[in-house]
Design a protein around this ligand. Structure first.
Ligand SMILES: [Mn+2]
Length: 293
């Protein structure tokens, strides 16, 4: 059976971030010459922009709804969705769309690769930046308009979620994830046990008892020396090369249903290092899924 194309869904929004520069990320990727080698195995949806003139929560909820519909339609067409942010608040749309598409087949597993926990609720967030909240919303916690995006809630069950490479968070986030019993693999634990062992555990977590799993990859998980093009860099992250090698089998895993790559900020990139990292991930995804990228 022919496997579907990879459809890139660019979310050109920095509405959820304090530094809105990542709104330029999808456009920069789409028009980069590095994408030429993937032209035969990928196709782009029209970039999704936030609507003007509405109140911020409403704009974010509307944006997430449109992202979710595009993701759902992509899966319905038999293609493989890759959401390219934009700030990480796009995740609320991405994974609610995937969960809807999987409904009836079983729950969604979600591997969240990120320097942060993204598990604030509005009451605990000093910045009120929504890109610090998407995982809490997907777990059914937080601003009602954002939590209800999936149509049913929560989008993911705590036991089917695993965070990896976390090294910067606030107490309230950690308390919430602990209470929900979400598995958090810190960057310190990755360093202690190794990337292969921790990724293997994470994969088990998101595949046991699920109908498929997704990967939400915040580029700030990678060491900022190698991926400087992000909005909220955190020192001492994952080494890019080793991470790519360890991630490659997951990108080829038939249980993988969608991928998200968030927080690419071309204004902070150096020598297009972050851009090239994204292209490398997409290339490995295309090869893993039987394309010829
Ligand atoms: Mn994030």
């Amino acid at each position: 059976m022919k496997r579907g194309n990879i459809r890139l869904i660019g979310v050109a929004s920095g509405l959820g971030a304090q530094d809105p520069g990542c709104e330029k990320g999808p456009w920069a990727l789409k028009h980069s010459h590095w994408m030429h080698r993937l032209a035969e195995v990928t196709e782009w949806s029209d970039l999704i922009y936030p609507h003007d003139g509405l109140e911020r929560w409403t704009r974010l909820a509307d944006l997430a709804q449109r992202v979710g519909h595009e993701v759902e339609r992509t899966l319905f067409d038999g293609d493989f969705p890759v959401v390219v942010g934009g700030d990480h608040s796009c995740a609320m749309g991405t994974w609610s769309g995937v969960a809807r598409a999987l409904a009836g087949r079983g729950p969604l597993g979600l591997l969240w690769i990120d320097a942060h926990m993204d598990s604030h609720i509005p009451e605990t967030s000093a910045s009120h930046a929504v890109h610090g909240m998407p995982l809490a919303a997907l777990l059914g916690r937080g601003q009602p308009g954002l939590v209800a995006l999936a149509g049913k809630q929560p989008v993911v069950q705590p036991e089917h979620v695993c965070l990896l490479a976390v090294r910067s968070y606030e107490e309230d986030e950690s308390v919430l994830l602990d209470r929900l019993q979400v598995r958090v693999i810190s960057q310190a634990e990755v360093q202690e046990r190794g990337l292969r062992a921790t990724l293997a555990e994470a994969l088990a977590r998101v595949t046991v008892g699920t109908a498929g799993f997704g990967i939400s990859f915040d580029l700030d998980a990678i060491d900022p020396g190698e991926a400087p093009g992000v909005g909220s860099p955190e020192p001492a992250g994952l080494p890019a090369h080793e991470f790519l090698a360890a991630l490659t089998p997951l990108l080829a895993d038939p249980r993988l249903v969608a991928l998200e790559i968030a927080e690419y900020n071309p204004e902070h990139d150096r020598a297009q290092a972050t851009l090239q990292l994204i292209v490398e991930v997409l290339d490995r995804l295309a090869k893993g899924r039987g394309g010829h990228g």
